[in-house]
Write a protein that binds this ligand. Structure first.
Ligand SMILES: Nc1nc2c(ncn2[C@@H]2O[C@H](COP(=O)(O)OP(=O)(O)OP(=O)(O)O)[C@@H](O)[C@H]2O)c(=O)[nH]1
Length: 355
């Protein structure tokens, strides 16, 4: 079964981007190596082939080599990815067509036919094409080969051997490309799961400190570049120590989990909610100014005040709110929101203060 079966569309798109990134170096190295090998082939062929030497030299030494060289060069530029892929998919078909044109009617076709077999294996396992694209390219090549060589001068026994070789190349090639692509998909999924688990706070399921710091840094960079506003809300549960002291740590943990769920469920989907540690939480609100952030904090305050926590019933929290100021750094913004929270605590708790 496809390892990516059932995953969300966005994760599938991430895989496509990741896989593309992973294949580009392979495409590049293979294209350069194959260019060199085709140049050697073109020179060597001159000593063997009796006919059409000039044309053979032009096709193998210039056309095919130039196409492969172009693939290698284009692989350095992401804007050229699609044309590069198109060239990579069509070059093997062109090479097969040239081989058939030069050799299929010759008595010494057997000398040249290995290029065709190698071409099919190359397309599947070496080229760097994704399975679907490689299958399409190889299928067109096989159709061409069959259309030309089934009606050629090959003797029946040789003809059957020829078909066995094609079958072997296609089946080995397809199988190894299939297994490799499946392994890549599994690797991608494992890597994504690891990355996610390294970003999640184990108790609450919110983003952990490292990840929320990263979101915060990304927003600061974005705000500095595009001048878009964004805000922070820093939240601390009031007198949380008394929950632990009175009811024990397990109840404290349940309150933290329920509190986290309240935050997560009552912000916009673009807002990032993280737990900084203990009973302190940070929300990054992209594209929100101070008024909007205060409104968001009021909504959260109402939800928290109206919620019945297990065992402890009602709890309150204090909020610090601040908006990003042009050109400021992470540290000064964090320090300001911390001061706002401190002020909320000082002024009696269960309050929202903005600075
Ligand atoms: N159950 C539980 N408690 C935690 C966890 N992390 C920190 N704490 C507790 O959270 C409490 C924080 O207490 P304080 O920093 O004194 O703050 P507070 O009692 O909320 O008082 P104010 O913030 O001033 O309203 C401490 O008792 C910590 O042991 C956790 O993961 N689980």
């Amino acid at each position: 079964m496809d390892p990516l079966y059932g995953i969300p569309e966005t994760a599938r798109e991430e895989f496509v981007a990741w896989y593309r990134q992973a294949r580009v170096p392979q495409i590049r190295y293979v294209a350069f190596l194959t260019t060199v090998l085709y140049l050697i082939y073109a020179a060597t062929e001159q000593n063997v082939a009796g006919e059409q030497q000039g044309l053979r030299l032009f096709v193998h030494g210039v056309l095919v080599s130039a196409a492969l060289l172009a693939v290698g060069v284009m692989s350095f530029y992401s804007a050229w990815y699609r044309p590069m892929l198109w060239l990579l998919s069509t070059a093997p078909i062109g090479a097969v067509a040239a081989n058939l044109y030069f050799n299929s009617q010759q008595g010494d076709f057997a000398y040249y036919v290995p290029e065709i077999y190698l071409n099919l294996m190359w397309t599947f396992t070496v080229s760097g094409l994704a399975l679907r694209q490689a299958t399409l390219t190889a299928s067109i090549s096989v159709l061409l080969i069959l259309a030309v060589t089934l009606g050629s001068s090959l003797e029946p026994g040789v003809q059957r051997l020829h078909l066995v070789w094609i079958l072997a190349c296609v089946s080995f090639g397809f199988l190894s490309a299939f297994v490799l692509e499946k392994a890549h998909k599994t690797m991608f999924l494992n890597q994504s799961r690891l990355a996610l688990s390294a970003s999640i706070d184990g108790l609450t399921g919110l983003w952990n400190r490292a990840r929320i710091d990263q979101f915060f840094a990304e927003e600061v960079a974005r705000a500095n570049r595009y001048g878009t506003p964004f805000s922070l809300i820093l939240i601390d549960i009031d007198h949380f120590k008394s929950v632990n002291d009175t009811h024990g740590h397990t109840v404290g943990d349940t309150v933290l989990r329920q509190f986290a769920a309240l935050l997560r469920d009552n912000v916009r989907s673009v807002d990032k909610v993280g737990r900084l540690g203990g009973e302190e939480f940070l929300i990054v609100l992209p594209e929100a100014n101070e008024q909007q952030a205060q409104a968001a904090a009021r909504t959260l305050q109402q939800r928290i005040n109206g919620f019945d926590f297990d065992t402890v019933c009602r709890r309150t929290a204090s909020f610090g709110v601040t908006q990003f100021l042009a050109e400021e750094g992470l540290h000064s913004m964090l320090e300001r929101v911390d001061r706002a929270l401190y002020r909320a605590k000082e002024n009696g708790r269960n309050r929202i203060e903005a600075l």
